[in-house]
Design a binder for this molecule. Structure first.
Ligand code: MRU
Length: 352
């Protein structure tokens, strides 16, 4: 069983401070929206689905003590809170999806007393967690069908339990394959600059007893050239209508390498990661982070203090490089603009 990354416990948001892993498993109990904003910004809570859950719970937390006497002033307060949370990180669409969902709950119940609307928002935020758990398991089952006994898989960043409420997306597939007795081996990219692969993915895979080998990001090409990678599985932070997928910086280069070496490249993501408002990945906002993340490793300087830095946190893999997209509703193939249409309908329905 994965460790519990984020949950609602005794009126507080309980989460793992992922910046402390793998040295310390530290849980934080948060009852303050500004503290939650900081936790998302600093990557204490990270990974698209987990950020979405934090947003939903954060909205519930923020309005909990509202003294508003009518819907209008209550909704104004809710909007102010969702605005703060929305400013934490721009790329993972799960955050905006969850915040909008909480606003929709309020709007749909505007005729009810404010005290009841607060309860309904919290209930729905907790539902986001249970839905995420179910999605993780469904994606894992679909994805595990693509894995053969003895496969060696490469993954990037962390798309595991730490990025979700349960099993993870890409790593969930690997956990399920292991459970089915497929005896896989996994290479994990360290994922500079913040080392989610080394600190988090290696930790999670080893915790589940999977044969794990850590590599620096620049070693993936040579492994593929030697024929040592059978498949690549990664997560996503936002997928456009045409299947272009944003994920941790370095994912795009892996996809190009995979194409060159004939290695299947799979993206695993729940419906909440799709942004059907965007036609292509060109419109996905890419977060740029502080240059010190590149000038340092785990807080230690490795470059001249004033050297210029370019630090985008994500890149976009064009749909043509993606072999298939695995969701909780099944496996989607090219052309994605057509195949993903059914998913769009499902997403609209769950939002109603
Ligand atoms: O900056 P991070 O650590 O939040 O980036 C996370 C990723 O890129 C993950 O691969 C993505 O969110 C998928 S998580 C299931």
């Amino acid at each position: 069983m994965p460790v519990e990354t984020i949950n609602w416990v005794n009126g507080k948001i309980k989460f793992i401070d992922q910046t402390k892993l793998p040295d310390k498993l530290k849980f934080v109990y948060c009852d303050d929206v500004d503290r939650l904003w900081k936790a998302i910004k600093r990557l204490e809570i990270r990974g698209a689905p987990a950020i979405g859950i934090a947003g939903a719970l954060g909205a519930a937390l923020g309005v909990r003590n509202s003294k508003a006497k009518n819907f209008r002033s209550f909704f104004k307060e809710l909007k102010a809170i969702t605005k703060i949370l929305a400013s934490s990180r721009p790329t993972a669409v799960n955050l905006f999806w969850a915040l909008e969902r909480m606003e929709d709950v309020a709007k749909a119940n505007r005729s009810k007393p404010v005290s009841r609307i607060k309860e309904l928002i919290l209930e729905d935020a907790i539902k986001v967690i249970t839905e995420d758990k179910k999605s993780c398991r469904a994606m894992a089952r679909y994805g595990a069908n693509l894995i053969k006994k003895g496969d060696t898989v490469l993954t990037h960043c962390n798309a595991g339990g730490l990025a979700t409420a349960d099993y993870g997306t890409a790593l969930g597939v690997l956990f399920e394959a292991k459970k089915q007795g497929k005896r896989i081996k996994v290479f994990a990219d360290e994922t500079r600059p913040l080392l989610q692969g080394a600190r988090l993915t290696a930790w999670e895979l080893m915790h589940e007893g999977i044969d794990t080998t850590l590599i620096c990001d620049n070693m993936a090409a040579s492994l593929m050239a030697k024929g040592r990678i059978d498949k690549i599985f990664v997560g996503a932070d936002r997928i456009a209508s045409n299947g272009d997928a944003a994920n941790k910086i370095g994912t795009y280069s892996l996809a190009v390498l995979a194409k060159h070496h004939g290695v299947p490249f799979y993206v695993v993501a729940p419906i909440s990661t799709f942004d059907f408002k965007l036609k292509t990945g060109r419109d996905i906002p890419i977060e740029e982070r502080d240059g010190d993340e590149v000038r340092t490793v785990l807080g230690k300087a490795i470059a001249p203090k004033k050297v210029k830095v370019y630090n985008p946190a994500f890149d976009v893999t064009p749909n043509g490089l993606i072999t298939a997209i695995i969701t909780e509703r099944g496996i989607f193939n090219k052309p994605y603009r057509i195949s993903l249409k059914t998913l769009k309908v499902k997403k609209l329905k769950t939002c109603l």
